[in-house]
Design a protein around this ligand. Structure first.
Ligand code: SF4
Length: 382
C-alpha cells in the first residue's frame, strides 16, 4: 500500500494526525506551516522536528507533489504552461499567467497589478461537460483531483518560478463545482496555509446551479465566475450541454440567490463567436441578464481548437469580428467589461484550450512521454 500523502490535509486534520502519532497538536500546526507556507517537499527538511519523528514520517508518510513533466513559455507574452504528472500517471495542465493578461480582478491597485502572478489550475483530469469551444472536453472525464493535487499545482508553480503566486483561478481542466468538496478544501488551504487572499481566488463554473447555492449558504469567501457565453437558452444549450441540466432560469435563480446571501458580485465570462452569439439580439439578451445582479464581465478572445479535430458546432466556431464593437456597446449600458488578453496563444495556453493533446500538435517539442488518457466516463448524462 502506498504511504498516505499529507499534502492536502487541513490544519485541523494535521493536528488530529499529530495527536494520533502521540505528538502534540502544535506539531500538526508546524506540519501545516512546513507543507504550505514553506512548501517543504520532504520531512527531512522539517528541522524543528526531532530526528526520530522525521525518520518515522519519512518511513510511513509522503508529500506527493505533482511532478513537472514539461513547461512551455509563450514568446508572445510570457504565459507558461506546465504539464504535470500525478502519482497515478494522469497528466494535468496548469498555466501561469503574467499580470497584464491575467483574469481581471477589477479591484486591484496599480502596484498590486504589477506584482500579480496568476495561476490557472485544474480540478479534474479531463472534463465530462463537453462545452463545444473547449479542447479539454475532447478528453472526456477521467477522475476528480484530490485536495493535494489541487493545492500542489499552486505549490509547484511557486517552486518552479521561485515567486509567490498572488492569484488563483479555478479555470483549468474540469468543472470545479463537480469536485466541490475538494475544491473548497483546497481553496481554504490556499487562504490559511499558503497565504493567498480569498478575494484573489476565483472559482469559475460552467453553471452548476446547485453548488452555486451551496457556496452562498456556506458563505464562501472566494469569488465566483460563471462561464455564460450566451443568454439565449437554445444557443447556450448548443454551446454548453450543461444547460440541459441547469437551464438559464435555474442558473439565474442560483446567481440571484448567491448575490442575496453574500452581497458579492459575480463575473460573467463570455466568448463571442461569429454568427452564433454575437448578434444585436444576443447582446440585448446578455445585457438584460447582466443587469439582474451586480456583475462584471470578462470577454475572452477565442482561439480555434483545430488540434483536437472538433466535429459539429465545434468545427464551425470562429471568433466574432464584432467583439470590440460589442464590448463598447456593453459599456454604454454601464456594465463593467474587461477584455482578457490572448494568453499564450502560441502555446495553446488560453483557458478552454487546455488539453493534453499539446503533444500531438507540437511533436518536436516533446521532452516527456505522454500516454493518452483512458476514459472511464465519456460524458455526464445531462
Ligand atoms: S470549458 Fe470547462 S466545463 Fe466546459 S468542457 Fe471545458 S473544462 Fe469542462
Amino acid at each position: 500500500m502506498s504511504p498516505t500523502n499529507l499534502l492536502g490535509f487541513t490544519q485541523q486534520e494535521l493536528a488530529d494526525f499529530a495527536e494520533n502519532l502521540g505528538e502534540s497538536r502544535y506539531r500538526g500546526k508546524q506540519l501545516f506551516q512546513w507543507l504550505y507556507a514553506k512548501g517543504a517537499t520532504s520531512f527531512a527538511a522539517m528541522t524543528d522536528f526531532s530526528k526520530d519523528l522525521r525518520e518515522r514520517l519519512t518511513a510511513e508518510y509522503a508529500i506527493d507533489f505533482p511532478t513537472l513533466e514539461m513547461s512551455h513559455r509563450s514568446h508572445q507574452d510570457g504565459t507558461t504552461k506546465f504539464l504535470l504528472a500525478l502519482v497515478d500517471g494522469a497528466k494535468i495542465e496548469t498555466v501561469l499567467i503574467p499580470p497584464r493578461i491575467a483574469f481581471q480582478n477589477g479591484s486591484a491597485s496599480a502596484e498590486e497589478e504589477q506584482r500579480r502572478l496568476t495561476v490557472c489550475i485544474s480540478t479534474q483530469v479531463g472534463c465530462p461537460l463537453d462545452c463545444k469551444f473547449c479542447a479539454t472536453a475532447s478528453m472526456g472525464y477521467i477522475r476528480n483531483l484530490t485536495v493535494g493535487e489541487i493545492v500542489g499545482q499552486v505549490l509547484r508553480a511557486q517552486k518552479t518560478t521561485e515567486k509567490n503566486i498572488t492569484n488563483v483561478v479555478f479555470m483549468g481542466m474540469g468543472e470545479p463545482l463537480m469536485n466541490y468538496d475538494n475544491v473548497m478544501k483546497a481553496a481554504d488551504i490556499m487562504i490559511t496555509g499558503i497565504g493567498i487572499a480569498a478575494r484573489r481566488i476565483t472559482v469559475s463554473t460552467a453553471g452548476w446551479a446547485d453548488r452555486i447555492k451551496q457556496m452562498a449558504d456556506e458563505q464562501r469567501k472566494v469569488k465566483l465566475a460563471i462561464s455564460l457565453h450566451s443568454a439565449n437558452e437554445e444557443t447556450r444549450t448548443k454551446l454548453m450541454p450543461i444547460a440541459k441540466r441547469y437551464g438559464l432560469q435555474e442558473l439565474i435563480s442560483a446567481i440571484e440567490y448567491y448575490y442575496d446571501k453574500t452581497g458579492k458580485r459575480v463575473t460573467y465570462e463570455y466568448i463571442f463567436f461569429e454568427g452564433v452569439n454575437d448578434s444585436s439580439k444576443d447582446v440585448g439578451q446578455f445585457v438584460a441578464l447582466a443587469r439582474r445582479v451586480p456583475c462584471k464581465i470578462n470577454v475572452i478572445p477565442y482561439h480555434s481548437i483545430d488540434f483536437v479535430a472538433p466535429t459539429g458546432l465545434s468545427a464551425d466556431l470562429r471568433p466574432s469580428k464584432r467583439m470590440e464593437e460589442i464590448v463598447e456597446e456593453l459599456r454604454t449600458h454601464n456594465l463593467t467589461v474587461f477584455v482578457r488578453g490572448s494568453a499564450g496563444e502560441d502555446i495553446d495556453a488560453a483557458c478552454g484550450q487546455l488539453a493534453v493533446t499539446m503533444e500531438q500538435k507540437k511533436p518536436t517539442r516533446r521532452h516527456g512521454t505522454l500516454q493518452p488518457h483512458r476514459r472511464t466516463v465519456d460524458r455526464i448524462a445531462l
